[in-house]
Design a protein around this ligand. Structure first.
Ligand SMILES: *Cc1c(COP(=O)(O)O)cnc(C)c1O
Length: 458
């Protein structure tokens, strides 16, 4: 008999989580203005809000923290991280930042100006925010297959090369300071980009002399998918694939809170000394001195170790199998979820789940609230709330997909938790016809409103 699959780690420390009653949750979600970001963590039983900074560090990471060097300048922790980034990712230059959006802020301050155009594959919300904040524009060139949750395409994060070239020709290369490639593509469902596509993007970029930067939060999960799905890569190690991926990039921004399995941190990796010098000025203003940026020495140590662990096949297999396990259970119950299953999360198709709710009533958010009420599970809306208003017309933007994202923290929950999530969502699915009304906005911020928006039942 073939041995069943088991996690590639064992548990050394545990954290208690609390169940609650439906009555309590009714009260709490009302007080939270139907915004799950406003809930206290103890009001949540299983927290799938994000996989960002919520992972469990290893014994080796915790012990690396004790060796942190907190010197203001020239700390050994800085050099340890610098060497690890060079070794694993191939970037000569790097700047530590406090998280991914800080890396974007620093890099974009050096590269983007008003009126610029930044093409890419479904830019992440903070990336888009930092582009639009500079009065530049993000243009989504993702392949069409990404917007149909049922098409089983192995690399739904891929850029449509024709869309990319048309965008470059339409706006002229002079207005395009960079192309941003997000690996894996968070906004289109944690979907990977193939090496073939990366190579082709490099070619187009070279033709027009435009640099390519990877938004790299989940680069290791992307590499895992390349290994299992792309021809010619099945016998390569994750570390070899990662090296090749970044060989086609001029630089990267990183939220270390994802695939580097730390609770806080980020960085910029660069090949160009010139860009490094420009970005350094902004890093010193916004983040901190060159050799610590936004991070303490101990955190840089844990990050260097996390980069190593996060690019090991056994760990990635455990992680991605767990996400797929949840996907399979939901599919078994007939719940409409995006396929193929993403690397870090399962995305429930809220339009298919609640076909009778109008888009103006924020159906993915409505579903998120229902799942919370059912079992104290906190997911997050990836839909019209997140898509925000058009910066020029101020009209609501309604994206092609309304998704409820169930992001799975790394090395945190067991498959028993996955079973609870699946059954809870099945129960909501079984009573979906009784969900007749959605939500309306009471108050919202001018940019990135989803974090603080206040809602009420229609
Ligand atoms: C999380 C994330 C960011 C932003 O990083 P933070 O660490 O949350 O600031 C940027 N891009 C992608 C693709 C991400 O997933």
């Amino acid at each position: 008999m073939e041995l069943p699959f088991a996690e590639s780690y064992k548990i050394k420390m545990v954290e208690t989580i609390k169940k609650s009653t439906r009555e309590e949750r009714e009260q709490w979600i009302k007080e939270a203005k139907y915004n799950l970001f406003n809930l206290k963590s103890e009001q949540v039983f299983i927290d799938l809000l994000t996989d960002s900074g919520t992972g469990a560090m290893s014994d080796k990471q915790w012990s690396a923290m004790m060796l942190g060097d907190e010197s203001y300048a020239g700390a050994s922790s800085y050099y340890k991280l610098k060497d690890k980034i060079k070794e694993l990712l191939g970037f000569e230059y790097f700047l530590p930042t406090h998280q991914g959006r800080a890396a974007e802020n620093v890099l974009f301050s050096a590269l983007i100006k008003e009126g610029d155009i930044v093409p890419g594959n479904s830019h992440f919300d903070t990336t888009k925010g930092h582009i639009e904040f500079r009065k530049a524009k993000a243009i989504d060139c993702t392949i069409d297959e990404a917007f149909d949750t049922e098409i089983d395409h192995p690399f739904k994060g891929n850029v449509d090369l024709q869309k990319l070239e048309k965008t470059i020709q339409k706006y002229t290369p002079e207005r395009i300071p960079l192309i941003v490639l997000t690996v894996t593509c968070n906004s289109s469902g944690g979907q990977p980009v193939s090496i073939e596509n990366m190579k082709a993007i490099r070619k187009v970029a070279d033709k027009y002399n435009i640099p390519v930067y990877y938004d790299s939060a989940r680069f290791a999960e992307n590499a895992y998918f390349i290994k299992i799905r792309e021809k010619g890569y099945e016998n390569k190690t994750i570390k070899e694939i990662v090296k090749e991926m970044f060989s086609y990039a001029d630089g990267m921004t990183m939220s270390s809170k994802k695939d580097a399995i730390v609770n806080m941190g980020g960085f910029i990796g660069l090949k160009s000394q010139d860009v490094f010098k420009k970005a350094t000025v902004f890093n010193i203003i916004f983040e901190g001195y060159i050799t610590y940026g936004g991070m303490s020495g101990r955190d840089m140590n844990a990050l260097a170790q996390g980069l190593d662990e996060g690019t090991e096949f056994d760990y990635l297999e455990t992680r991605i199998n767990q996400v797929a396990y949840l996907g399979q259970r939901l599919t078994g119950f007939g719940v409409p979820v995006q396929k193929p299953y993403g690397g870090h999360a399962i995305f429930v198709d809220a339009k298919k789940f609640l076909p009778n709710l109008p888009k103006e009533e924020f159906l993915a958010q409505t579903l998120a609230v229902e799942l919370y009420l059912e079992a104290g599970i906190r997911g997050v809306e990836i839909g019209a709330l997140l898509a925000d208003r058009d910066p020029e017309t101020r009209e609501n933007r309604y994206p092609a997909l309304e998704l409820l994202r169930l992001a799975i923290p790394r090395r945190v929950y067991t498959n028993n938790h996955m079973d609870v999530i699946a059954v809870a969502l099945k129960n909501v699915f079984d009573r979906r016809d009784q969900i007749k009304k959605g939500l309306k906005i009471i108050d919202e911020a001018p940019i990135m409103r989803h974090f603080t928006v206040e809602l009420d039942r229609v």
